[in-house]
Design a protein around this ligand. Structure first.
Ligand code: LLP
Length: 424
């Protein structure tokens, strides 16, 4: 990554020294490279656009509207999973005609808003949801564009908590039930039934589950067309993994080739919904070492960043690479440090790291590959400030989300007036 380098003794994002940012913005904060996000989009687009695939960014991975805006400017669409994400995408300037609404539990209010603004499509996940969308559309006097999300029963073999397409997962409609439901939905005047969608999981490195899932989708489309159904769209979901220290990233050319080989002949409008791949490597989480503590197992560094700011290690045992903001000190054989946060939970730990050199209190560190599912999953647990976000572009930086502090949290907790429940 040419935008992340040590220069003049300090770690730089593009032309901005991260230590200098940390003098202006209190730690912890997320910091993204605009150039890295743009380059990732352009790289993926150049591989998949020529085979007729458009890209909708999975907003859940990083929902900051400045980030969404960068992608939108390049022509990227969005994949959303809530009314909140819909408002974010619209606020970032994404036309509704480029927004896909995924998710297993959409409320009627969310569905209504999506139909009203003219959403590109709603990916529906159950028979009951088909009925709900049809009722909402009827109420509005509009037609709702839908696709059916298919559960192809393919195990993506990643972490159990991010696998979504095995038989017992809550996502999608079992592949064997899709054609009948599709025919029923297509007969409803309130619905415009446009195709099928699939998403098999996340952080996928081995491409073979994609091949299996996409082939299953191709067979399904052919089968449905054989029954006289019209299937113009095919949404292939997200899930492409990213490189970290010791794993190379998946080969995007191979991913594109798999799409072309498995579904290219169908003549469908194709979409992919990557989240992590577009932004994961474009962001770091900057933190300060508060204290060092000598443990029997070795030294421990207590950081000012906690599991509330970066949940992935506690939730998925993810280990993010860690960099020092100063050029690593190589003066001594470096000890292994275990890095922990300030939260009162034993799962508030980030793993053990070597190659950090000898550390001192006050040192600044950065968790790498934190641009996806970092800030967007952060919380205020332990009544800590909601973490800030900063964007670097060239030689400048700016805050794109300021810290939400305790005064704002307390304002939300002003008790309402007592009310008596109204009779039915
Ligand atoms: N499309 C759908 C329908 C999804 O559910 C997801 C992610 C994506 C696209 C984007 O997947 P990606 O390309 O980012 O892998 N919090 C977890 C990841 C959960 C992913 C949920 N769905 C993590 O931090 O690893």
């Amino acid at each position: 990554r040419d935008w992340l380098v040590y220069q003049a003794g300090g770690l730089h994002i593009e032309d901005v020294c991260l230590s200098a940012v940390a003098r202006a913005v209190p730690t912890p904060f997320y910091c993204y490279s605009a150039d890295a996000i743009r380059s990732a989009y352009k790289y993926l687009a150049s591989a998949v656009n020529p085979i007729g695939v458009s890209i909708c960014f999975a907003v859940k991975a990083n929902s900051n509207i400045a980030v969404l805006g960068l992608l939108a400017e390049l022509g990227c669409g969005m994949d959303i999973v809530s009314g909140g994400e819909l408002e974010r995408a619209l606020a970032a300037g994404v036309p509704a005609s480029k927004i896909i609404f995924s998710g297993v539990g959409k409320t009627r209010a969310e569905i209504a808003r999506a139909v009203e603004v003219g959403i590109h499509q709603i990916n529906v996940e159950s028979a009951a949801e088909i009925t709900a969308v049809a009722e909402v559309a009827r109420g509005l006097g509009q037609r709702a564009p839908i696709t059916l999300r298919v559960n192809p029963d393919v195990d993506a073999k990643t972490h159990a908590k991010i696998t979504t397409a095995t038989k017992d997962s809550k996502f999608g409609i079992p592949i064997g039930d899709v054609a009948d439901l599709y025919a029923e939905a297509a007969a409803m005047p309130e619905l415009e039934v446009l195709g099928v969608a699939v998403h098999i999981g996340s952080q996928i490195h081995d491409m073979s589950p994609f091949r299996r899932a996409f082939s299953a989708m191709a067979d399904l489309v052919v089968f449905m067309r054989g029954r006289g159904l019209v299937v113009p769209r095919l949404d292939l979901g997200g899930g492409i993994g990213i490189a970290s220290n010791d794993t190379p990233g998946p080969d995007i050319a191979e991913y594109a080739a798999i799409i072309a080989e498995t579904v290219g002949h169908l003549g469908c409008q194709l979409t992919v919904e990557p989240g992590r791949w577009l932004v994961g490597r474009a962001g770091l989480l900057v933190t300060e070492v508060l204290y060092l503590k000598e443990m029997q197992s070795g030294p421990m560094a207590i950081l000012d960043v906690g599991m509330n700011d970066l949940m992935r290690p506690a939730l998925y045992d993810a280990q993010h690479p860690v960099l020092t903001l100063h050029e690593p000190r190589t003066d001594r054989a470096a000890p292994h440090y275990s890095l922990v946060g300030p939260i009162c939970e034993s799962s508030d730990q980030f793993g053990t790291y070597d190659r950090l050199g000898e550390m001192r209190a006050g040192d600044l560190l950065a968790f790498d590959c934190a641009g996806a599912y970092g800030a967007s999953m952060a919380s205020t647990y332990n009544s800590r400030d909601l973490v800030a976000e900063v964007l670097v572009e060239g030689s400048r930086f700016r805050t794109i989300r300021r810290r939400q502090d305790i005064s704002e949290m307390l304002r939300l907790e002003q008790a309402g007036r007592w009310q008596f429940p109204a009779p039915e």
